[in-house]
Design a protein around this ligand. Structure first.
Ligand code: KG4
Ligand code: ZN
Length: 356
């Protein structure tokens, strides 16, 4: 039995978890900063790192208490090294180094996107996950289609050329005066709406596996704002309420926007899976919580579709522990010189492996 302590601080959640053999959750504690950032309509980096500093010790203590373990029971410490906010990553990595040094434990740096993929290993399922898989990783910061041939073997076959899918949800939610984070708010609003009201663009459809969501965001802005405001960038709006055209039905806009995003995500993932002879389609990351995305992927995919338990779609320490376990098993170790990599792309483990 191998117990990994997983630590995640790349963005706005302080997450610590204890996972057994990469698949069994013993504890998973997440201190969310959503309330802190809601007033800005997005993550405020300095506020995030300060909140991680305050939360990391109590969250770790709680994760060990719930799992009923001490550091003596832990085999290795896995921590998110990147990508993410530099100041936030530093809090987790420095804390992990301190624990590793103080208790003589191996240290394993994990890619945050890889962490999202490994949240799938924490799902209770009757059938084992099959390689090769094509995984759609969609979060607030990333939209990637990744071919995964084996544990730790990643080839990115497509990614966004501008906004991430979750970022588009967050920005459009702001345009519609919906709450932050935007994904759940839009999904909820869309329940009451007619997705055929607006024919919003499906960018790069039929053109490879890259995504583009910024044109969609602009199309929504043009549809909802009074004409004289049409060209203002949503970012410049701060938290002042958006002026909407009087005839705008927010539910219809939300539903039409949501289906436009889902259509391209589903179409491109299924095409990529066919091209690369995948055995299964996986999805992970905050946006993989979206019910329409799950439904549509299931409906259109000829292959089995896997997604993480809802609670593990957004950032958490458990997924980092699970990914850390598989790295640890392959002999991957980091030393105390481990740095943070705010822009770290998802590369195969063998391409940056240091055996310990
Ligand atoms: O994976 P995550 O917690 O953080 C990053 O690594 O970025 O993803 C957060 C993103 C946010 O943009 C949020 O709006 C989106 O996931 N999200 C959703 C849903 N739940 C969260 N997007 C669409 N539908 C949802 N139900
Ligand atoms: Zn994430």
């Amino acid at each position: 039995m191998t117990l990994i302590l997983g630590i995640e601080t790349s963005c706005d959640e302080t997450g610590v978890a204890v996972v057994e053999n990469g698949t069994r959750l013993l504890s998973n504690v997440v201190a969310s900063q959503v309330v802190l950032h809601a007033q800005y309509g997005g993550v405020f980096p300095e506020v995030a790192s300060r909140a991680h500093v305050e939360a990391i010790v109590p969250v770790t203590q709680q994760a060990m208490d719930v799992a009923q373990v001490t550091l003596d029971d832990i085999d290795a410490i896995a921590v998110t090294r990147g990508p993410g906010l530099a100041g936030s990553l530093l809090v987790g990595v420095n804390f992990a180094k301190g624990l590793a040094l103080g208790h003589g434990l191996p240290l394993v740096g994990v890619n945050h996107l890889e962490g999202h993929v490994y949240s799938l290993w924490l799902a209770e399922t009757d059938t084992a996950l099959q390689f090769p898989a094509v995984c759609l990783i969609v979060s607030g910061g990333h939209s990637e289609i990744v071919l995964i041939r084996e544990h730790g073997d990643y080839t990115v076959v497509g990614s966004t050329i501008d906004d991430a899918a979750g970022e588009a949800f967050d920005k459009v939610a702001r345009l519609l005066n919906l709450s932050y984070p935007g994904g759940p708010a839009i999904q909820h609003a869309a329940d009451e709406g007619d997705p055929t009201t607006y024919a919003f663009p499906r960018a790069l459809r039929g053109h490879g596996y890259n995504f583009s969501f910024s044109g969609l965001k602009t199309a929504v802005m043009r549809a909802v704002q009074p004409p004289h405001q049409g060209r203002r960038a949503p970012k410049s709006e701060g938290m002042t309420p958006e002026q909407l055209r009087p005839d705008v039905n927010v539910a219809d806009v939300a539903a039409s926007f949501q289906v436009a995003v889902v259509d391209v995500l589903v179409e491109k993932t299924i095409q990529a899976a066919a091209t690369h002879n995948a055995a299964e389609i996986w999805m992970a990351g905050g946006v993989s919580a979206n019910l329409l995305l799950r439904e549509q992927m299931q409906e259109h995919s000829p292959l089995p579709v896997r997604y993480p338990p809802l609670a593990l779609c957004v950032d958490n320490g458990a997924m980092i522990a699970a990914a850390g376990f598989f790295r640890y098993q392959q002999g991957y170790r980091d030393d105390l010189a481990l740095d943070v990599r705010p822009m770290w792309p998802l590369v195969s483990i063998r391409d940056h492996m240091t055996k310990g």
